[in-house]
Write a protein that binds this ligand. Structure first.
Ligand code: HEM
Length: 439
């Protein structure tokens, strides 16, 4: 499937909303005005009803934008569990929609309750991509960052297509290595990675719905990827290596080994989560730096500020702006709005990050902001993103090496329109930068 069938969505432009009635976060082109919309929602409708878009046609969806409300929701998984169907288009899952079914299945068998949800993190993913396990990948990530920079640092003119030549390949190389896939498969893995996130880019509305035709074509692509991952699992069982896929085939969990489908399910999650999100974050951070030479100079002068810059970048331009991954298990009252049982909640993490009650002057990069890592970009609580550790590591190393090897970054004149992909992710299509090699 080519992305050209979505050209209309890609080209769409929209007026900046001036009042509440104009706000529709999910309308084509509105991604360029999300931050204006958040201001209106915070002030006038922090709990916004979307009629008929709940778990069933007679229930509703609700967009939640205040930091405090989202923080409360994600810490109460009993009142606000994952949708039993709906959130990621599960209601459209056919027998051949492997990825969705696999995900649901692995969730049921490996994480049937909260304690096992926690154990799933601690035992299966943290050792590889969580805050505890990610740091051991530092030498590998540093090597890839330097290899990518080597490819363009001496180029004349000193210009770079930053997304294609840095932000996209880095997470791809890192996740391919961690999962132990052959490097020569990367071009195809990138195509499958794009198929994995297609729903979140081209899906309609807050539930990321695709047409039956789109579902069928996507299921075909993902079916191919599933067969590929299955073949890798078989290979790792026969010829174990030092990688996460091998580890998953060998680990003892709940007193038994994981089945092939369970391993494939976990690997699928790593691959869908680990690519575009980190790409968008690194590109957004480069945009912030190219916009503010003073910021570049301040960090260049004191590299201990990089980690605060990365957190501010993640906060200001959260790659995953919102997800409809919670529902109400009972009637709930929030800011004077009754949210009936069975409603789907669209948690707008990107808006929580711009809540002025939590982050004064939210659009400003403030390297001295207290506890800036409390942003919602990776969510929080029991379902916090399991890959936050590796993503943060990649971003930190990227900027450590770029600050070391460059004296400046600026926009290449005439080549940038700063447009973003549609959907619920905030991802720059491209970013053309002119760099100054360090003297
Ligand atoms: C900047 C990069 C990233 C962002 C912004 C991001 C954001 C998120 C968010 C908001 C969630 C939903 C949490 C919730 O429902 O409360 C999530 C879940 C998830 N993320 Fe990430 N993520 C990133 C990187 C990664 C990486 C590098 C990986 C894998 C290596 C990953 C794997 C996952 C998986 C598997 C889930 C689902 C967890 C579950 O089902 O419980 N993510 N991520």
């Amino acid at each position: 499937m080519t992305e050209t069938m979505y050209q209309e969505m890609i080209d769409a432009t929209a007026e900046c909303p001036m009042k509440l009635d104009d706000v529709d976060l999910f309308a084509p082109g509105q991604q360029e005005h999300w931050f204006d919309s958040y201001k209106i929602l915070h002030e006038e409708a922090p709990v916004l009803r979307i009629p008929g878009e709940g778990t069933t046609p007679d229930t509703d969806g609700f967009v939640i934008t205040k930091y405090e409300d989202i923080a409360m929701i994600i810490r109460d998984p009993y009142t606000f569990p994952q949708p039993t169907y709906g959130g990621a288009g599960l209601e459209h899952a056919e027998d051949d929609d492997h990825s969705v079914l696999l995900d649901a299945m692995a969730r049921n068998t490996l994480r049937p309750n909260m304690e096992l949800h926690k154990q799933h993190r601690i035992q299966l993913t943290d050792p590889w991509v969580g805050a505890t396990g990610a740091p051991r990948h530092r030498p590998m990530v540093t090597r890839y960052v330097d290899e990518l920079i080597d490819a363009w640092i001496d180029r004349q003119p000193s210009e770079i297509d930053f997304v294609e030549e840095f932000a996209a390949p880095l997470p791809q190389m890192v996740m391919t290595t961690i999962l132990g896939f052959p490097f020569e498969d990367m071009p195809q893995l990138r195509v499958w990675g794009q198929a994995q996130v297609r729903r979140f880019v081209y899906g309609k509305g807050h539930r990321n719905l695709m047409s039956d035709k789109e579902e069928a074509e996507n299921a075909h692509d993902l079916g191919e990827f599933m067969e590929y991952v299955q073949a890798q699992v078989t290979r790792k069982r026969q010829d174990p290596q030092d990688d996460m896929t091998t580890f998953l085939t060998q680990v003892e969990y709940m007193g038994r080994k994981l089945t092939d489908s369970e391993v494939v399910g976990v690997v699928f999650g790593m691959h869908i989560g680990g690519l575009e999100t980190t790409q968008y974050a690194i590109a957004a951070e480069a945009e912030l730096l190219a916009r503010e030479p003073d910021l570049w100079n301040a960090i260049k002068a004191d590299r201990s500020r990089i980690r605060f810059f990365v957190e501010e970048g993640l906060r200001i331009q959260a790659p995953t702006q919102g997800l409809s991954t919670r529902m109400t298990a009972k009637d709930v009252e929030m800011r004077g709005v009754t949210i009936p049982k069975g409603s789907i909640l669209h948690l707008r993490y990107g808006a929580a990050n711009h809540d002025p009650e939590e982050f004064p002057c939210p659009a400003d990069v403030d390297l001295a902001r207290a506890n800036t890592g409390r942003h919602m970009t990776f969510s929080q609580g029991i379902r916090v993103c399991p890959g936050a550790g590796i993503s943060r590591l990649e971003q930190n190393i990227a900027w450590e090496r770029l600050f070391e090897r460059l004296d400046g970054l600026s926009f290449t004149p005439g080549l940038n329109d700063f447009r973003h992909q549609p959907g619920i992710m905030l991802g720059l299509w491209d970013l053309n930068l002119t760099f100054e090699k360090a003297k």
